[in-house]
Design a protein around this ligand. Structure first.
Ligand code: PMM
Length: 285
């Protein structure tokens, strides 16, 4: 498995898929219903994710739910920075989920050690250049546009190939700006500028992304395409909390395929699956 340099050493040393726990510090997050919007509750949840096996806790302040409008930079900073500081003080490995250079900068100063930009350097024209001035891992997600327009940006000829091609050009732009390729992680952006059905061919054709020879992060956890798959006989989508087993099935599949990391809400469930895969992969005596 490929590991980006710039990770804390104990994570670089691991030969298994990493678990990134989701910590959305947003009142309107579509995944947790805004349950973790207060700083204290968010910190507690972040610590609990780490205690339950998350290798990394991904802290984000801006909702990316389809149709969501942007929030101010001040609001984003006030949501994420106190949470990141406290988690970092408690030795949690933190990534910051942001599209803004200013938030990334403050987050790294507060103790985050990975930048997860769902726009992969596209939303903020200064992000790639900023990432060239530090040595932290940079997660570049496939991105075609902001949440309020992304449902209209779903035209593809061959979705798996097109996503890989567009990601390759996002990576090339970051490298041109001075970011070392060795610390870039790619992410196909499941659910972003994709219809529910368009997510499946990307998951079925892992070789196309692997051809970019970069570590891959997958964010499939509890997403709508799983709710659709598990819909009841009236076509009613399965709700979030009922999508966990399907999420773990994908974690297992992706861990077997050598994914770098999975971004999930239930850290323990996915970590258990990964531990089983790791144990099965050990040579027996
Ligand atoms: N998905 C969401 C937010 N941030 N970051 C990365 N790298 N990949 C993703 O798939 C991703 C992300 C939205 O999902 P959530 O609201 O369940 O956190």
């Amino acid at each position: 498995m490929l590991h980006p340099t710039g990770l804390p050493q104990h994570l670089e040393a691991l030969d298994r898929t990493l678990v990134m726990g989701v910590l959305n510090v947003t009142p309107d997050s579509f995944s947790d219903g805004g349950l973790f919007n207060q700083t204290d509750i968010a910190i507690e949840h972040g610590l609990s994710l780490a205690a339950h096996g998350a290798d990394i806790v991904d802290v984000g302040g801006e909702s990316t739910r389809p149709g969501a409008e942007r929030i101010s930079i001040e609001d984003e900073l006030s949501r994420v920075i106190p949470v990141i500081s406290e988690l970092a003080k408690n030795n949690v490995v933190v990534s910051v989920d942001t599209m803004r250079t200013e938030v990334a900068r403050e987050a790294l100063l507060a103790g985050a050690v990975i930048v997860n930009d769902i726009s992969g350097g596209r939303a903020d024209s200064l992000m790639n250049e900023f990432m060239s001035t530090n040595s932290f891992p940079f997660i570049i997600m496939h991105w075609r546009g902001l949440s309020n327009v992304m449902t209209q940006l779903t035209d593809y000829d061959d979705v798996a190939r097109d996503v890989a091609g567009e990601l390759a050009s996002q990576v090339a732009d970051a490298v041109d700006a001075g970011v070392e390729r060795s610390r870039i992680v790619i992410d196909p952006g499941i659910g972003f500028a994709k219809t529910t059905q368009q997510n499946w061919p990307i998951l079925q054709d892992l070789e196309t992304l692997d051809a970019l020879e970069l570590p891959v992060l997958w964010g499939v956890s509890r997403k709508k395409f799983l709710g659709e798959l598990l819909a009841d006989s009236h076509g009613e989508f399965r709700d979030m909390s009922g999508r966990e087993a399907a999420t773990v099935a994908l974690t297992t599949y992706l861990a077997l395929a050598g994914a770098w990391a999975v971004r999930v809400h239930d850290a323990r469930a996915s970590r258990d699956a990964i531990d089983v895969i790791e144990r099965l992969g050990q040579i027996h005596d």
